[in-house]
Write a protein that binds this ligand. Structure first.
Ligand code: ZN
Length: 505
């Protein structure tokens, strides 16, 4: 994620963003997990027990669930522009990781009309964000099962005073979903934690004149009466916060980068002539806003394709093969003040400038393909994407990464921003710019200086390759760096990631 006006020109990384300040309230919806009745079990047979209501992440205790591993989401939704309402059926295919008497999915809002497990009606209750499901019979450990939920309603926007707005976000012409750290549970039932990655299929039915773009690749459009159904699928595992549909009126470009990666970009026609630089309360903090760059929406779509191609190929040369089957981007008129690295194609709030594309596409390797196992390791996403910006500038006539580091290091030791531990910034500081983004990038620069350029880039490529389509932790990254670098890097990483205060050089 990048909290930055899309069209703001940034040459100095330290002016990029307003640091997220202050302490905040507890978890977004302030929802308890609820009382659990004892599980049915027989003294003679195997014990069946309920799955936990959370994935065990201390930053977001209610997010995700225990007792099963989601493998695939099939989401079919029909969208009505009036009220931005949906009628939907989602099927979650999962494998039990224990003998399950009961399990939870994360799901908020909407009205459920039918819920089945393997085709048989199941009982359920709703407690805050938990959809608690009791299947007609216990599910044995290792068994594959399918939960089908039919529902309708107007999905919510989640409002977190610190982390911002996520979920089902209205635009002028429709809706875009953005869900970091959570928010997908506003429009489909799921295991809402990045540690449980799954593949996705989206079937989005919209009235004539509307379009739908999502993660993955398109599989045709079926017209039926006054409606069109767009099908997209992501066959590479994806963290749930990256699931994205953009419904509205889009100009779409579908082509290939010079290196041959398919690229699909979409720009909302509502951005034509619209002052897309105006981001509530952020224009002044973000720097000088640029005006429209001409060519209308078609020009924006061409520019997004060209920039995406250039950046995707350049990053492949540094980080290794592009991890997915297609790249691209979506530019929409969302009033959230950030862009997000949604898998395959990031969503930009307006006309994206080059450095922002560099940041969000770097996440395709670092964050999307190699995902977080727990939110405290967020620097593995943001520090890497920020360092990609430094590298881009260094190789394209801008300041060197050393210069960017030096500028950041000028911050006085008395500054409170040094107090945060980059390796465990705290829930409310998840997107704090200096502690997570900048100091994360500084950590990588220190690694580069310690091991030298050749080894440094080998470490990045090894990390991206060995953990592709999986997850990774800070300890695992340090282990890769030490193995490839043939040296003990513990003290260096400790000083930069796990120490409060300004590290000495
Ligand atoms: Zn980011």
């Amino acid at each position: 994620m990048t909290k930055r006006a899309a069209t703001v020109l940034l040459m100095s990384p330290i002016m990029a963003c307003t640091p997220v300040a202050g302490a905040g309230a507890g978890a977004g919806s302030g929802i308890g997990v609820g009382f659990r009745t004892p599980a049915p079990s027989s003294p003679a047979g195997p014990q069946f027990t309920p799955g936990t209501a959370g994935a065990g992440d201390p930053y977001f205790p209610e997010a995700g669930n225990g007792g099963f591993d989601a493998a695939h989401y099939d989401i079919a939704l029909a969208y009505r522009p009036k009220g931005r309402r949906i009628t939907a059926t989602t099927t979650v295919t999962a494998t039990a990781t224990q003998n399950l008497s009961r399990f939870d999915l994360d799901f908020v809002g909407n009205t459920i009309s039918d819920l089945r497990v393997d085709g048989r009606p199941a009982t359920y209750t709703r407690q805050g964000q938990e959809l608690v499901i009791t299947p007609p019979a216990g599910i044995p450990k290792g068994a594959r099962f399918a939960v089908t939920v039919r529902y309708s309603g107007r999905p919510r926007v989640l409002q977190d005073p610190i982390l911002g707005r996520t979920g089902w976000l209205p635009t002028k012409d429709g809706v875009i979903t953005l869900s970091q750290p959570t928010g997908s549970e506003t429009w489909f039932p799921l295991n809402s934690h990045p540690s449980d990655k799954a593949t996705y299929a989206f079937h989005v039915t919209v009235p004539k004149g509307f379009g739908a773009v999502a993660n993955g690749e398109p599989h045709g459009t079926v017209q039926k009466g006054a409606n069109s159904t767009f099908t997209w699928s992501s066959t590479r595992p994806m963290a749930s916060y990256l699931a994205m549909v953009a419904i509205g009126k889009y100009i779409v470009r579908d082509g290939r980068t010079p290196k041959g990666v398919r690229s699909i970009s979409a720009v909302s026609t509502t951005l034509d002539g619209a002052p897309v630089t105006k981001i509530k309360g952020r224009a002044a903090a973000g720097g000088r806003a640029k005006g429209r760059r001409g060519g209308g929406v078609a020009g924006m779509a061409d520019r997004l394709q060209t920039t995406t191609a250039r950046v995707t190929d350049w990053e492949s040369s540094l980080f290794g093969r592009f991890p997915f089957d297609s790249t691209g981007g979506v530019e929409g008129a969302i009033d959230v003040g950030y862009s997000l690295e949604t898998q395959d194609r990031p969503v930009y709030h307006g006309d994206a400038e080059q450095l922002l594309v560099v940041h969000e596409l770097a996440h395709q390797w670092f964050g999307d393909s190699v995902s977080l196992a727990r939110w405290k390791d967020i620097w593995l996403n943001e520090g890497f994407a920020t360092y990609a910006e430094w590298l881009w500038q260094e190789q394209h006539g801008g300041p060197t990464a050393q210069h960017s580091f030096d500028e950041a290091y000028k911050r006085p030791a008395s500054d409170a921003a040094w107090k945060r531990e980059t390796g465990d910034p705290g829930r409310d500081q998840l997107f704090a710019f200096f502690p997570v983004y900048t100091r994360g990038a500084m950590t990588l620069h220190m690694l580069r200086k310690t091991v030298g350029d050749r080894t440094f880039f080998r470490i990045l490529r090894t990390w991206a390759h060995d953990r592709a389509h999986s997850t990774g932790t800070t300890q695992q990254f340090v282990a890769v760096a030490e193995r490839v670098g043939h040296r003990n890097l513990g003290p260096m990483f400790d000083a930069w990631l796990h120490t409060s205060g300004k590290p000495r050089i």
